[in-house]
Design a protein around this ligand. Structure first.
Ligand code: A2P
Length: 276
């Protein structure tokens, strides 16, 4: 089976295609619509959006217009990071479903443990309240799986302690040089699937001379090495592009990076975003 459509199985049995199409920073309207349509046409069956991306309407329209049966596409959206109440989270979910024009989402997650405008703020109580709303929509079958994003182990422990359902995923920034070892190991121990957003470090990894060399060795591109790295680590990469040639390139990752090279990539521990 191709990596693109091969699946991970979440703790509740839900199957998630290993590679998702990311839509962060993809502008609403024609660009988001065309990008998602191109992704679906080229075999992606997992689309990742968020209320905060302000493109859910275009993403939903592309999903409909693709003509692909709804049940064949895995759709994720996220609760905005500043919403930390039960009622607010239920309202946020309804809004997202309406914008997407869908009856259910495959995965609904809390976007971050704190508002993006107040990174690090203690929102323990609010996260529990919001997560309880996720448990409700999960019980109703309107979210087939639930989880969190940008949570560290302590943030997840808080949810496990005060809620009923262990988050099924944690979506985090994850790429060569920034593989969040502590959070990754914690999530693996709890059977929480790690989704890797920005697997190309927002494009910065493509300039790394070591990755360029390794790509030559495997006769692939730096983007393909970066995406394959995430797969080898058991995470679900969410690459994004608005160009069809790159959207296609990012699906061609059916090769194996050998152990020695993985060890080398693991040893890079320099967040490449600071090179920019
Ligand atoms: P573009 O949309 O112009 O193709 P990440 O997924 O880590 O956030 O990285 C996304 C960035 O990398 C986007 O700016 C995207 O630009 C670029 N990108 C995505 N895929 C490729 C690729 N295969 N080759 C070069 N750049 C890419």
């Amino acid at each position: 089976m191709k990596t693109l459509t091969d699946t991970y199985t979440l703790t509740n049995g839900t199957k998630m295609p290993k590679i998702g199409f990311g839509t962060w920073q993809v502008p609403d309207g024609d660009i988001a619509y065309q990008s998602v349509l191109m992704a679906l046409k080229n075999g992606y069956r997992h689309i990742d959006t968020a209320a905060a991306y302000r493109n859910e309407e275009s993403v939903g329209r592309a999903i409909k217009d693709s003509g692909i049966p709804r049940e064949e596409i895995f759709v994720t959206t996220k609760l905005e990071s500043h919403i930390k109440t039960y009622e607010g989270a239920l309202e946020g979910f309804e809004k997202s479903l309406k914008a997407l024009d869908l009856d259910y989402v495959d995965l609904y997650i809390i976007h971050a443990p704190w508002p993006w405008s107040e990174i690090g703020k203690d929102c323990r109580e609010g996260n529990v309240l919001a997560y309880k709303a996720l448990e409700k929509v999960y019980a109703e079958g309107r979210a087939k799986a639930i989880g969190v994003s940008n949570f560290n182990p302590q943030d997840i422990e808080n949810i496990i302690e005060h809620c009923d359902i262990v988050p099924m995923v944690n979506q985090i920034g994850y790429f060569i040089g920034h593989n969040q070892k502590e959070t990754d190991e914690y999530c693996k121990a709890k059977n929480i699937l790690v989704e890797a957003y920005s697997p190309l470090a927002i494009g910065q990894l493509l300039k790394n001379p070591d990755i360029i060399d390794m790509a030559k060795k495997y006769d692939v591109t730096p983007a393909q090495i970066s995406i394959r790295y995430c797969i080898e680590k058991g995470t679900a990469p969410l690459p994004k592009s608005t160009h069809e040639n790159r959207i296609i390139e990012n699906t061609k990752v059916d090769f194996v990076i050998d152990k020695k090279d993985m060890d080398f990539l693991d040893s890079i521990n320099d967040d490449p975003r600071k090179w920019s």
